[in-house]
Write a protein that binds this ligand. Structure first.
Ligand SMILES: [Zn+2]
Length: 411
């Protein structure tokens, strides 16, 4: 099989291009203050002939959906990503009549949804003969890039931040990447760009300022989250999909997955997409008519995996096109909910992932999410990525002896 990709298209201006690595966005509409990502266009007529609802139901993991991916499957670098559970959460709603599901993306090979992106992006790197992979990441994307680069026998260099938790740095290093930390987030993009220009390194993520978003081939991997959700819900499309968001890669990828199914007449409606962000770059921009993404103030947050002062056009376009919403997260509320979701659902999710559950709570309070509606919250990563933060809100573990009296006051 080759691929069904027939070209690329700019998300903003619609300019079309031949398929080629265009990681710095669309040149036609780029200005000093604006850049838009491109997306692959596929031959839907050909795809329609080989897929059906029935075929999806037997699919096991992400590469089962190879016809929707931009890389020839013979180059697939895979660790069995995708095929994650959709967990129903009746006890979180207290009988509010809302059907809430968590798509548990921590069950991917490196315990985050980034594996879908990195599997596709690194496969493309192999296809085009790249020799060294690079990324600027606060953790999840870096760990995943390192794992897939290693799997493909390629070297990788991960630029991270001095402030990210040790567990993140250790995980990146454990997969064999060279890891370097800067103090300032944007310094990483400067270094990445220089290494890409000078040494032809291959990026799996953003290095543009203002940001364009991640490697557009890799973002295609996120479409499979939408395919899986539809198949898992018996082809009932949720009213809402809530995604923790920084640069809108997951948000826009999942949205385009739903659009694929709509275009192919496998579903008959589309969900509204919700971005949950700690600082609100998309929220601030969504309130305007403008397409230039607004910058906002940043401060330290436990949801550092989605911490950014500025988002991307692909994220904004997704919210506008899906009649979506942007919601702000808040650290103390995330801490409370991390415990609640652990206790009531049995999923221990990273703070940034819990932001999506907080987004659901907020939209219920505001009356946006209504009784009878189905909501899917994307739980992007495992709580073990930053266990120290969780541990800080728990007391020390009591030490007891073999006598029953020593445990009575604790149980
Ligand atoms: Zn353009």
């Amino acid at each position: 099989m080759t691929t069904y990709i027939i070209g690329l298209k700019c998300v903003f201006c619609g300019e079309e291009y031949a398929d080629q690595p265009m990681f710095e966005g669309c040149p036609s509409c780029k200005t000093k203050e604006f850049v838009s990502n491109v997306v692959p266009i596929y031959d839907y007529d050909k795809i329609a002939k080989i897929i059906s609802r029935k075929s999806f139901e037997n699919y096991k993991d992400m590469w089962s959906y190879a016809e929707f991916l931009p890389v020839d499957i013979k180059y697939a670098v895979t660790l069995g990503e995708g095929g994650t559970p959709l967990v129903e959460c009746p006890t979180l709603g207290d009988g509010d009549g809302i059907k809430l599901y968590i798509k548990d993306e921590s069950q991917n090979p490196t315990w985050s949804f980034k594996d879908r992106l990195c599997s596709v992006a690194v496969s493309k790197a192999v296809e085009i003969g790249a020799k060294k992979i690079t990324i600027a990441s606060t953790g999840n994307h870096g760990a995943s890039t390192a794992a897939y680069a290693g799997r493909a026998s390629l070297d990788s260099v991960v630029f991270t931040l001095e402030s990210v938790p040790e567990t993140m740095k250790i995980q990146i290093g454990a997969y064999g990447a060279k890891i370097l930390a800067t103090k300032e987030p944007k310094d990483r993009w400067v270094l990445m760009k220089e290494c890409i220009d000078k040494f032809q390194w291959y990026p799996t993520g953003n290095y543009m300022d203002p940001p364009v978003g991640s490697n557009f081939y890799g973002i295609e991997g996120y479409k499979t989250i939408a395919y899986e959700i539809c198949a898992q819900l018996g082809w009932n499309v949720p009213e809402w999909v809530v995604q923790p968001t920084a640069y809108g890669d997951g948000l826009s990828g999942i949205w385009r997955g739903f659009k694929d199914l709509y275009e192919l007449e496998l579903i008959d409606k589309l969900p509204r997409m919700v971005a949950v962000e700690p600082f609100g770059s998309l929220k601030k921009t969504l309130d305007t008519e403008d397409h230039i993404i607004k910058s906002v103030e940043m401060e330290p947050t436990i949801a550092f995996s989605i911490g950014t002062s500025i988002s991307t056009y692909q994220g904004l376009a997704t919210l506008r096109e899906s009649n979506g919403l942007a919601v702000l997260s808040e650290d103390e509320e995330i801490k409370r909910l991390q415990q609640t979701v652990g206790e009531k659902v049995g999923i221990y999710a990273e703070a940034a992932a819990i932001a999506s559950i907080l987004g659901v709570e907020r939209l219920k309070e505001e009356g946006e999410i209504k009784e009878g509606e189905t909501v899917v919250s994307i739980s992007t990563s495992s709580g073990l990525k930053d266990a120290k933060m969780t541990g800080e809100r728990m007391g020390d573990v009591p030490v007891v002896n073999a006598k029953i009296e020593s445990i009575l006051k604790y149980i």
